[in-house]
Design a protein around this ligand. Structure first.
Ligand SMILES: Cc1ncc(COP(=O)(O)O)c(C=O)c1O
Length: 391
């Protein structure tokens, strides 16, 4: 009987050797062999089957990281999943693998700000030029493609402004122009969206967020198709990017409940979104308003929504919006998201980044909420009390 994915997450990675329901944490730099012949046999196996977990040195991983990679491969329905020490490491690996001096890349304007800085400021030093496209005007994407263009880097939905894009159209444009595609899928995770199946070459998830789910570990994953496997594998080896076995173990543990947590994040977020939608001074940046383009694009591609949302708040008084955020009792103030707890953040100029296509009037402010796994009634009550401060 074919197991559902939810069942797979609970039953996978058992250690039958030690009769344990969880895999052991194998920490290793040196891997011990019986002889040089034995080493060569392992290396030959690795050559024939590069994704099979045949390691001759700890930098390539151990059985603990291999187990995690295999679980994510099943979830992503892809050729292979590379593991990195942070989500941003996976962003870097994707871009570094397919670009060389003289190339150009095109990045979604609302990409995560460090991704924008990496592409726009750092890659410039290596003679790699970045253009940004408007996520709701794909003509700006096609217009920017030329003979030097190597990669389209998508993030969906956009960071801070939460635009949902027509992903199929992007893939068609990329294929027509023979350009690689990568997407940052941290918001949806492959539980809600499977980008490699859709046609992307590479898909990034920050495992720091929902995969681990407990705000106590960092990691990243880069899922790839067959087309790019070799170049990414080479770049991965050269950069030495490696996820430690203890972090891999914690991420595997988090994945056991990924479906349960994401279903609950979605349920809580919908209740909070319904509550917030009655406020005239707030525009909700979350797929809930059925007649919007964003909602249609979300519905077309995703099977669910996670717990991260934006609020565009209209107020001539910036301090009052900040007081609203500071006075929340159940929402911690800080970066990151995807853990069990609710968080809030005022998105100031520095958090927004140097955006070209951010539609934000002078009297509009961005606040990001991560809706956690608390009782939504308590979250709503907390928001109700603090929203009174906005003038
Ligand atoms: C959309 C997105 N991508 C990538 C990252 C980077 O992940 P990490 O913090 O694990 O490096 C983040 C972190 O906030 C993120 O929000």
């Amino acid at each position: 009987m074919a197991k559902s994915f939810k069942t797979f997450l609970k039953h996978t990675a058992k250690d039958f050797h030690n009769q344990s329901v969880n895999p052991p944490v194998v920490r290793a730099s040196t891997i011990i062999f019986k002889s040089m012949l034995d080493i060569r046999k392992t290396q030959d196996k690795a050559k024939k089957n590069p994704t099979g977990g045949h390691f001759d040195y700890g930098r390539q991983g151990t059985s603990t990281t291999h187990v995690l990679s295999q679980i994510l491969k099943t979830m992503e329905e892809c050729h292979h999943v590379f593991l990195t020490p942070t989500g941003f490491g996976a962003v870097f690996l994707a871009i570094f693998s397919v670009t060389r001096p003289g190339d150009e890349i095109i990045v979604a304007d609302p990409a995560y700000n460090p991704t924008r800085i990496l592409t726009q400021e750092f890659l410039k030093e290596f003679n790699i030029k970045t253009n940004f496209y408007n996520p709701h005007d794909l003509k700006t994407l096609e217009k920017n493609i030329n003979k030097k263009t190597k990669l389209i880097f998508v993030e969906n939905p956009g960071s801070n402004s939460f635009e949902f894009q027509d992903l199929n159209k992007i893939i068609i444009i990329a294929k027509k122009n023979k350009v690689y595609t990568a997407i940052d899928n941290t918001w949806g995770t492959p539980y809600f969206l499977k980008p490699i199946k859709l046609g992307f070459d590479m898909s990034i998830v920050s495992a720091t967020k929902y995969y681990s789910g407990h705000s106590d570990v960092m990691g990243g994953s880069l899922a790839v198709n067959k087309r790019v496997f070799k170049v990414v594998d080479m770049a991965n080896k050269i950069t030495g990017l490696r996820l430690g076995p203890d972090d891999a173990y914690l991420i595997t543990r988090g994945l056991r409940t990924l479906d349960v947590r994401l279903d609950k994040h979605e349920k809580n977020s919908k209740e909070v979104a319904n509550f917030l939608s009655s406020y005239k001074n707030i525009k909700l940046l979350y797929p809930h308003k059925k007649d919007s383009f964003n909602f249609r694009m979300w519905k077309k591609y995703y099977s669910g929504a996670s717990g991260l949302m934006g609020l565009k708040i209209k107020s001539k008084n910036k301090s009052s919006v900040i007081i609203f955020v500071y006075s929340l009792k159940l929402f911690g103030y800080g970066y990151s998201w995807g853990g069990f707890e609710s968080l809030a953040l005022y998105q100031d100029k520095r958090e927004q980044g140097n955006r070209q296509f951010l539609n934000l009037d002078k009297d509009e402010h961005l606040v990001r909420l991560h809706i956690g796994l608390e009782d939504p009634k308590d979250l709503i009550e907390d928001l109700r009390k603090s929203l009174r401060f906005i003038k």
